[in-house]
Design a protein around this ligand. Structure first.
Ligand SMILES: NC(=O)c1ccc[n+]([C@@H]2O[C@H](COP(=O)([O-])OP(=O)(O)OC[C@H]3O[C@@H](n4cnc5c(N)ncnc54)[C@H](OP(=O)(O)O)[C@@H]3O)[C@@H](O)[C@H]2O)c1
Length: 256
């Protein structure tokens, strides 16, 4: 396999871990970024099984120096960057009237500015390789509600940010797209369902099936399905696709 290096954020859990493991089939080096080192090491072990080389970089992406550190470590070890996949996200679902300024700022620092800073820092290396970037948004961007106003607002901002990077990418030869997942069964999703169950006086299993019928979809997505979509967007088959916002959601969004 040619030397191809990808940075995956959120690689300690859920969609990020599944994506890193899937991309180990297509990339020779995987840079695994999140805060929890032990969980990142588990992903690294799975990456090695595919014959790729993992580099674990524990980092809190809310902290501005983290982006510089991730890019510097990547270039020190691998000398190039072919793709950046921004998946890390932890914006809390709190009602519009209850969410504090600090919670808003923290959510935006993590998911929006964490991804923005990393992409800006990696951009010169991506220009050299004519590389690719993916941003992870979410369907909430398309249907904001008071109960998850911050998640929706930040996800909408991510789609706009990805589009701005994509416009620059037309000039610089860097492909940029965003993905909007629907409800995917990860720790984050089970956390939401537990909270929803508690608020509505239901058992978690009841909340899990009620959420599905309320969303008019047949089942939850699996992280591995999102990982396949990420791999497709980084494959030579989609090189002409840029500035797109791709939904993968089992049909959750009913509009066109
Ligand atoms: N699951 C869904 O239904 C769904 C739907 C729409 C959109 N999404 C989006 O998809 C992405 C992944 O979601 P998921 O469900 O896989 O979530 P998850 O299982 O909770 O994983 C979130 C990941 O983000 C990392 N992370 C959180 N805060 C961080 C920080 N400050 N610095 C670095 N990394 C941080 C976590 O690692 P550490 O805790 O180790 O730092 C973890 O690897 C998120 O952006 C989410 O908004 C998910």
């Amino acid at each position: 396999m040619d030397k191809r290096i990808v940075i995956v954020t959120g690689a300690s859990a859920g969609i990020g871990a599944a994506t890193a493991i899937r991309l180990a089939k297509d990339f020779s080096g995987l840079v695994l970024v999140a805060r929890r080192q032990q969980e990142l090491e588990l992903t690294a072990t799975a990456v090695k099984r595919s014959g790729a080389t993992p580099l674990v970089v524990p980092a809190d992406l809310r902290q501005p120096p983290a982006a510089d550190e991730v890019v510097a470590e990547t270039l020190r070890q691998f000398d190039r960057i072919d793709a950046v996949v921004n998946i890390a996200g932890a914006v809390p679902q709190i009602h519009l009237f209850e969410m504090t300024d600090d919670q808003w700022i923290d959510g935006a620092e993590m998911k929006l500015h964490g991804a923005r800073r990393l992409t800006v820092r990696a951009w010169p290396a991506l220009k050299q390789t004519k590389g690719s970037v993916i941003f992870t948004s979410g369907n909430s961007a398309l249907e904001p509600k008071p109960a998850f106003a911050a998640v929706a607002t930040i996800n909408a901002a991510i789609v706009a940010l990805a589009k701005a990077f994509a416009e620059q990418g037309i000039i610089d030869g860097v492909q940029v797209n965003s993905i909007l997942p629907g409800p995917v069964m990860t720790d984050r999703r089970t956390g939401f369902l537990k909270k929803w169950a508690a608020t509505n006086n239901m058992r978690p299993e009841e909340a899990t099936s009620r959420f599905l019928s309320a969303s008019h979809i047949e089942r939850y997505g699996q992280p591995e399905e999102l990982a396949e979509c990420m791999a497709f967007l980084l494959s030579p088959m989609t090189k002409w696709m840029t500035g797109a916002a791709i939904r993968m959601d089992g049909g959750e969004v009913k509009g066109i």
